[in-house]
Design a protein around this ligand. Structure first.
Ligand code: SF4
Length: 83
């Protein structure tokens, strides 16, 4: 399915609860999380958005749920019919 993962690096506090739920989140040089599939350059206050088309929606949702500061949001693309 297609879904979008958004990481608000301004909110991210480098707690890294997300990494163990979904290894597409990685620690960056500045001590904040990044999304692997996104371009390497993440500014500290940047919001990173990546669209995926795979079966790892649940992983991303778990990472979002685990984030104590709600820096991650996951939303399913509406087209295609999957809820
Ligand atoms: S769990 Fe949230 S605050 Fe912690 S590194 Fe991941 S995105 Fe940042």
């Amino acid at each position: 399915m297609t879904y979008t993962v958004t990481l608000d690096r301004a909110a991210c506090d480098g707690i890294f609860a997300c990494l163990v739920r979904d290894d597409r989140f990685t620690e960056r040089d500045d001590g904040l999380a990044g999304i692997d599939a996104a371009e390497d350059h993440h500014d500290a206050d940047e919001t990173v958005t990546v669209t995926f088309d795979d079966d790892r929606f649940a992983d991303a949702e778990q990472a979002a749920a685990a984030c104590p500061v709600d820096a991650i949001s996951v939303s399913a693309a509406t087209e295609g019919g999957e809820p």
